[in-house]
Design a protein around this ligand. Structure first.
Ligand code: ATP
Ligand code: MG
Length: 585
């Protein structure tokens, strides 16, 4: 491709709204443009990279025995009513009406559609297992679209769905997909972790997220430094060696202090000159309709999934949904303005994290405006109904499996595999007949991978202050040729010759034939991020040499004009092959 003909509008300035590097660079380097919040155009170079990512995914899915289909983006409401999700899915589901007033939605995911397809055609155990996938545009009306392609509203996903006769077979299908996702991540050159993830409302199932490690990731994960356990902090189980308060702890007298206007943990700890770990947060939740209080240490975060699971497993309080109570509700149960809630005198059940159990003489809100208690003690000043692991894991916590210490990372969730069981097949009557002719619901799994989010995640892990640094496998072109003096006929002629010869050798080449200064071309080349660059200058041509520069390295080296085509072809082939081999390792 000739740069002069390519629709590649680069920009000098970072877009004002962009917060993360992938968003900035993909816009500046001419890969994407925003058309509405969370909705993007893909320009030619951007689309080439997207298609390469899709192709890697496609090859690995096909290798795993899955078959590609294409399902509609517009889906009838009836299917969603059958599964129950028409009412459950909430505002992320973009609902539309056709001219006759019929209800439809833009597909955020395709469990309903695929289950409908399969139940119509699969009747016998002989037709199972099957795994069908598609690569397609999804729409989710995300509350906070941000970070460019990382959290869009319209985005491309590969989604796959497996159907099996029983749970054991379904878990085997799951394991095959789990390994396939690992292969895809390795081919893309990601530094990543496959982590255990929450299974949401489905319960009792298996789920992993594929998290690409990056500071800008929205997810927080922990991985054990001793064993292979890794999990989203939402899910990670902590080992607590001993949580009881020391028997001989001296319990000081409960004292109320004035804390005018000091509401948050940071404010109160600063005001009273105490570490946040000496404070205890009182959170008022509604478990369905029942108000409850949850206490966690000031420096800890409550984990709502753990709270919910605890209530359902160990108490009579039903908790299909757990929500922080609204301001008025907090004021009603605590009799105090917001920010001063505390456990002393509360008339609702109090649950506390294990870390609170060991504390003596801590600080809590006094349930009175502008006041806190110091030297508060559970058992004496208020009763805790139960102590349990109710907080989020963090770095330094102990692994529940082996007692090793957790490291914490931020991650970008690029993929998610999920064992579904019969959730959809039961609701939608997707059954098959076994050998004896008995009908059973199929066992399903679903497997999503974010194609456009991957594009952003690759940039998050591969860039420097000058621009993107693509891995060969998904770079829009393998090599870019820069003739540095456009008025030197020999330079131009050599550039044209290498351009033709490299293309003939199967290399994808971008020739910067624009009538621009060398410095300008260097800047754009760094920004656009093609992994190999050939600089052709007047002096080199006289000496029979060109400069070969790797985008990832700062130095270049001189290569003879007669060797350059073979050299570049070799580098391209080797790095593509290495990426493929990485999938196997
Ligand atoms: P998240 O927790 O990030 O919202 P999710 O759990 O809703 O993700 P899934 O429903 O499992 O995501 O979708 C499968 C994959 O689709 C995700 O792993 C991610 O790579 C991609 N994806 C999901 N939502 C978005 C989005 N808003 N923008 C871009 N990609 C997305
Ligand atoms: Mg989501």
């Amino acid at each position: 491709m000739r740069f002069s003909k390519l629709f590649l509008p680069t920009r000098k300035e970072d877009p004002a709204e962009a917060e993360v590097v992938s968003h900035k660079l993909l816009i500046r380097a001419g890969y994407i443009r925003m058309i509405a919040r969370g909705i993007y155009d893909f320009l030619p170079v951007g689309w080439r990279s997207v298609r390469k990512i899709e192709q890697i995914i496609r090859e690995e899915m096909d290798l795993a025995g899955a078959q590609e289909v294409r399902l509609p983006a517009v889906q009838p409401a009836e299917l969603w009513q059958e599964s129950g999700r028409w009412s459950e899915y909430g505002a992320e589901l973009l609902r539309i009406k056709d001219r006759k007033g019929g209800d439809f939605c833009l597909g955020p995911t395709h469990e309903e559609v695929i289950t409908d397809l399969v139940r119509g055609e699969v009747k016998s155990y002989k037709q199972l297992p099957i795994n069908l996938y598609q690569i397609q545009t999804k729409f989710r009306d995300e509350p906070r679209p941000r970070f460019g392609l990382m959290r869009g509203r319209e985005f491309i996903m590969k989604d796959a769905y497996s159907f099996d006769t029983d749970e054991q077979a379904a878990l085997q299908s799951y394991d095959v997909m789990f390994e396939t996702y690992n292969r895809i991540c390795r081919r893309l050159g990601f530094e990543y972790r496959a982590v255990e993830a929450d299974t949401g409302n489905i319960g009792g199932s298996r789920s992993h997220e594929f998290q690409v490690l990056a500071e800008t990731g929205e997810d927080e994960i922990v991985s054990c430094s001793q064993c292979s356990y890794a999990a989203n902090v939402e899910k990670a189980e902590i080992r607590v060696e001993s949580s009881a308060r020391a028997d001989d702890a001296e319990l000081k007298a409960l004292t109320q202090l004035a804390t005018p206007g000091q509401r948050t943990i940071e404010e109160v700890s600063k005001f009273l000159k105490q570490k946040p770990a000496k404070l205890v947060k009182t959170l008022i939740y509604l478990a369905d309709e029942t108000p409850i209080a949850v206490l966690v240490r000031g420096d800890h975060q409550a984990n709502e999934l753990k709270i919910k699971a605890y209530l359902n497993a160990h108490t009579e309080i039903s908790c299909r949904e757990l929500n922080l109570a609204a301001d008025v509700e907090v004021e009603r149960v605590t009799n105090a303005a917001l920010g001063f809630a505390g456990p002393v005198g509360l008339q609702i059940p109090i649950f506390a994290d294990l870390a609170v159990e060991g504390l003596a003489n801590f600080i809590v809100g006094a349930n009175a405006v502008d006041a806190h208690f110091v030297n508060t003690n559970h058992g004496r000043d208020f009763e805790v109904r139960a102590f349990a692991d109710l907080r989020q894991a963090r770095g330094g916590d102990l692994c529940a499996r082996c007692g090793g210490s957790f490291e914490s990372h931020r991650g970008i969730e690029v993929g998610h595999v999920f064992f579904l069981g019969d959730k959809y097949s039961k609701a939608m009557n997707a059954t098959f007949a076994d050998e004896a002719g008995h009908e059973h619901a199929m066992q399903m799994g679903c497997y999503g991978i974010g194609v456009t989010r991957i594009l952003a995640a690759v940039v998050e892990q591969n860039h420097d202050e000058n621009g993107i640094i693509w891995p060969m496998a998904i770079s829009p072109y393998h090599v870019t040729i820069l003739p540095l003096q456009n008025q030197d006929e020999e330079v131009v002629a050599l550039a044209e010759r290498l351009y033709a010869e490299l293309m003939a050798a199967g290399v994808e080449v971008l020739l910067d034939d624009r009538d621009m200064r060398a410095g300008f071309k260097f800047k754009d080349a760094d920004l656009v991020g093609i992994p190999l660059r050939i600089n052709i200058g007047s002096r080199g041509v006289k000496d029979g040499q060109v400069e070969l520069k790797l985008r990832r390295e700062s130095d270049h080296r001189l290569v003879g004009i007669d060797e350059i085509v073979a050299e570049v072809t070799q580098i391209v082939r080797t790095s593509l092959a290495t990426a493929k081999e990485a999938a196997l390792s």
